[in-house]
Design a protein around this ligand. Structure first.
Ligand SMILES: [Zn+2]
Length: 303
């Protein structure tokens, strides 16, 4: 029987086997506690992602579109291959034309998806398929916000549909949720039952009107931080995705053990820089803690 030789560790050649983990690496890991599997590497590092929490109400104020977005839409439709170990996900190179109006490329992850289908591994094929996601720019308007800065919300189709449904006014017409003056919060709930592999979106409703009025702190934050969607997104190269695809072993098994069938890829590609340190916390933090379930009076509503 052929036994694969162990790869030679360069550390054994000079200066011993082990290397010391630097403090910066540990600090970065500590910052990422609770974020594993919940961030996507296609959102550039300098933008903070809205972390959706399970089984508690999530409060977001969807922000008006940036003038740099074609069609002035307030969300961006993307296709991404997700959850490859620590790396999160990658934009599908086969959908570049739809996403950015630039020519499509060969997508090594789509090729792996097809390969998994060909060998009859439905579980892996499903996992490898490019999934549709929707990107919103939001404020976290919860009583205890994750941040007072603009955050990037990556929503699956189910949540996007719930949000868009809230734009239908019960009396007819439309309710423009991101409107600067009359825009409202969206309160949504993602529930996860113990034992279930994935959470599901349970409900979404309208919250307070949250006006973005010139002269307020929130307005200034939006003016400074709102960017066109395309500037948030990182497109991998074919070579990068070839490298990721190299670790995905498509076996002809239908055995539902997807974790064992996808080799975890660790580390981030591209050596991206750590995010810049966050600016000091500003205005939106309530001075007194409201009772659970109540809503914070928003900056623009204190008039
Ligand atoms: Zn693809």
């Amino acid at each position: 029987m052929f036994i694969k030789p162990r790869p030679k560790l360069s550390g054994t050649v000079s200066g011993g086997l082990f290397k010391r983990v630097t403090e910066d690496v540990i600090k970065k890991d500590i910052e990422n506690i609770g974020k594993s599997g919940d961030y996507e590497s296609y959102i550039k590092d300098e933008f903070e992602k809205y972390a959706i929490k399970d089984n508690v109400n999530c409060f977001v104020r969807i922000l008006p579109p940036h003038h740099g977005n074609p069609g002035l839409d307030f969300m961006k439709h993307i296709w991404a291959h997700e959850y490859f170990g620590g790396d999160g996900g990658y934009l599908c190179l086969g959908k570049l034309e739809k996403m950015f109006s630039i020519p499509n490329k060969r997508c090594p992850l789509c090729e792996k998806h097809v390969e998994a289908q060909m060998v009859g591994n439905a579980v892996l094929a499903k996992k490898l398929r490019a999934k549709e996601k929707y990107i919103f720019l939001v404020f976290d308007t919860a009583p205890e916000p994750q941040s007072t800065d603009v955050l990037v919300l990556v929503a699956p189709g189910k949540l996007k549909d719930m949000i868009i449904r809230l734009c239908e006014h019960p009396r007819g017409g439309v309710n423009i949720l991101p409107d600067p003056e009359t825009g409202q919060e969206v309160i949504f709930l993602r529930s996860k039952v113990k034992g279930d592999l994935f959470p599901s979106y349970a409900s979404a409703q309208l919250g307070n009107v949250f006006p973005l009025t010139p002269g307020t702190q929130d307005y200034d934050i939006v003016a400074k931080q709102l960017v066109p969607f395309n500037d948030l997104l990182a497109i991998s190269t074919e070579e990068d995705l070839d490298e990721v695809a190299r670790y995905i072993i498509t076996t002809p098994s239908n055995d539902p053990q997807p974790e064992q069938q996808t080799t975890v890829v660790t580390g981030r590609r591209g050596g991206s820089a750590p995010p810049p340190s966050a600016p000091p916390v500003t205005g939106r933090v309530p001075s007194a803690q409201p009772p659970a379930g109540s809503r914070v009076v928003k900056f623009g509503q204190r008039r």
